[in-house]
Write a protein that binds this ligand. Structure first.
Ligand SMILES: C[S@@+](CC[C@H](N)C(=O)[O-])C[C@H]1O[C@@H](n2cnc3c(N)ncnc32)[C@H](O)[C@@H]1O
Length: 238
């Protein structure tokens, strides 16, 4: 099994634990730091059936039909050309092999990630991202996702909404986490005045207010899409 854009690798590790002694996971990411962190995590978990490699999902250095399964959570939409990444996934799958792909649903369903960015937009502190720019919501449209997967030659088995919950002890904790997660937001905040940052935070907090409990903790619902696809026996070109 191949995991692409594995980050810390936890999604693939859940699968690796089920693969048994004969099965192997190849955990990969574009960033060497991520591959190193995933390697450390696997050691902590005592996993022995995992290999690690630097892999760009745009061009997977594996032969055609090399793997039984591919998993990629919150990665395909970050590749400059997602169509190409999906073709690569189809190519490296063996006939009958399956791919599980997770992407975020629309920004409007994911206040945790978008409250600050939308506040910045509203205040004129940042520009609206181009629709085809790589980013968390690039594949939020399930029709487009399905079309791209089918165009890559895969058959869509299921395409389902997955509700998620993001939790934090306080709004301050939320702010720390989103700054840590989003380079775009960190870069923006670094070039703003303290007053502008204050206004940005206030706007974001207004958006988050419905999700703040009386004790100040946050429980923010979010939404993702989970797609399961299969490579038909007769995929051409491989
Ligand atoms: C949002 S994180 C998701 C990590 C993990 N899959 C998870 O769900 O927790 C996105 C990951 O994609 C990786 N990435 C970005 N572009 C990539 C590419 N072209 N090929 C492979 N990995 C890529 C990043 O280095 C990062 O680790």
């Amino acid at each position: 099994m191949l995991e692409l854009a594995a980050g810390l690798g936890d999604t693939g590790f859940l699968a690796a634990q089920r693969l048994g002694a004969q099965g192997r996971l190849l955990s990969t990411d574009l960033a060497p730091e991520m591959v190193a962190a995933a390697r450390r995590r696997a050691a902590e978990l005592g996993l022995e059936n995992v290999e690690f490699r630097l892999v760009d999902a745009s061009g997977i250095e594996l032969p055609d039909g090399a793997v039984d399964a591919v998993v990629c959570r919150f990665g395909v939409m970050l590749v400059p050309d997602p169509a190409q990444a999906l073709c690569e996934i189809a190519r490296v799958l063996r006939p009958g092999g399956r791919a599980a792909i997770g992407v975020w649903a629309g920004a409007e369903h994911n206040d945790w990630m978008t409250a600050a960015g939308r506040s910045a937009l509203e205040l004129g502190l940042s520009e609206r991202p181009q629709p085809n720019e790589p980013g968390p919501f690039r594949l939020a449209d399930p029709m487009e996702l399905r079309q791209l997967v089918e165009a890559a030659g895969l058959r869509v088995v299921t395409l389902e909404n997955v509700p998620v919950h993001w939790r934090a002890g306080s709004v301050d904790e939320w702010w720390e986490v989103v700054l840590d997660m989003s380079r775009m937001l960190t870069t923006l905040v670094e070039r703003l005045t303290p007053d502008q940052v204050g206004a940005l935070r206030k706007g974001a907090e207004r958006r988050l207010a419905p999700h703040v409990a009386p004790d100040g903790s946050l429980d923010v619902p979010g939404l993702a899409w989970a797609l399961l696809a299969e490579r038909p026996d007769g995929l051409s070109g491989s």
